[in-house]
Design a protein around this ligand. Structure first.
Ligand code: GUN
Length: 299
């Protein structure tokens, strides 16, 4: 029997822990976790993501501010805003929504964020801490951190003796995912577009994480029987069967055929997606605890 890993369920339990942690911090230290989300330009997908982050932050009892800047905002003005947020004591988490318009250097902006408020975990200080195993003082990027919680549900915390394959080598998902799996004692391989025989590599995986952004690329015969399959992809594809101009969301994994073979698998939507936002709230709570000199709850 294949288990369908319900990300909505796990995310809801993370959010309950965040809410309780926020209430406890308020009563012990009179500190309210604060998050600032910055969006530059009018990309519709980014607007949806940013507004759902703000809503979830409010639901958790956080102080939440959104800065919406025009597409034509200069890099210098954006850097000045980041600096103001870096020193704002009411803000514990700063998130600059990516991608930024072409005239702004993403890297320069991300590296300008105070690493102690970098709840995305994209600053080199945080990536360095993650790869050296210092996760207790790092921020771990939200999507891999959430994926890891789902893997723990399926396989436990210790992955000794298991082969894990991550498809995709991005800084946001693939590389931090590989670090987390390695820390949990898995034997980790990162596959990508230049890998010689990706299906053969995947067939060896007890844990398979797909983070490539290619609709339904992973097929049923790529999956080892009983494997845990984590689908990070969120791809919108045309769905003419639903009517003219309609579309639907699919992952990087061909769900139906892979579910026949896998031991446990995440759906899209409703798998990794809800975990990403839940872990952003968790990171912001952790930041508020650290700023207050208290030990944060663990997730
Ligand atoms: N754009 C798409 N995903 C993310 C994310 O996790 N963080 C930020 N800052 N931008 C994104």
């Amino acid at each position: 029997m294949t288990t369908r890993i319900d990300g909505k369920d796990v995310a809801a339990s993370v959010i309950e822990t965040v809410k309780a942690g926020a209430a406890a911090l308020k009563s012990s230290s009179n500190v309210v976790p604060g998050i600032a989300v910055v969006i530059v330009g009018e990309d519709p997908a980014s607007q949806v993501y940013v507004s759902s982050k703000g809503k979830k932050a409010k639901e958790c009892g956080f102080h939440s501010v959104q800065h919406t800047l025009a597409e034509t905002t200069s890099e210098a003005d954006l850097l000045a805003l980041v600096e103001a947020l870096n020193i704002d004591p009411a803000i514990h988490g700063i998130l600059v929504q990516l991608p930024l318009p072409g005239h702004i250097d993403d890297g320069r902006v991300i590296q300008a964020i105070n690493p102690a408020k970098d709840v995305d975990g994209f600053h080199v200080i945080n990536t360095g801490k993650l790869t050296t195993g210092d996760v207790d003082s790092a921020f771990v990027p939200c999507t891999p951190a959430g994926s890891m919680l789902l893997i723990e549900r399926a396989r436990g915390k210790d992955l000794s003796g298991l082969n894990a394959v991550v498809i995709g080598r991005s800084n946001i998902v693939g590389k931090p995912m590989a670090s987390l799996l390695l820390m949990a004692n898995a034997t980790v391989t990162v596959g990508h577009s230049r890998t010689a025989d990706l299906p053969a590599l995947c067939r060896n995986a007890d844990i398979l994480v797909a983070a490539v952004g290619r609709p339904e690329m992973v097929k049923g015969d790529w999956v080892k029987p009983g494997a845990t399959v984590i689908d990070v992809g969120i791809n919108r594809i045309p769905a003419p069967e639903r009517g003219e101009g309609k579309s639907r969301l699919v992952g990087d994994v061909a769900y139906e055929e892979c579910a026949q073979v896998a031991g446990a698998i995440t759906p899209v939507p409703g798998g990794v997606g809800p975990m990403t936002i839940a872990m952003l709230m968790a990171n912001t709570l952790v930041s508020a605890y650290r700023h207050a000199g208290q030990t944060p709850p663990s997730f």
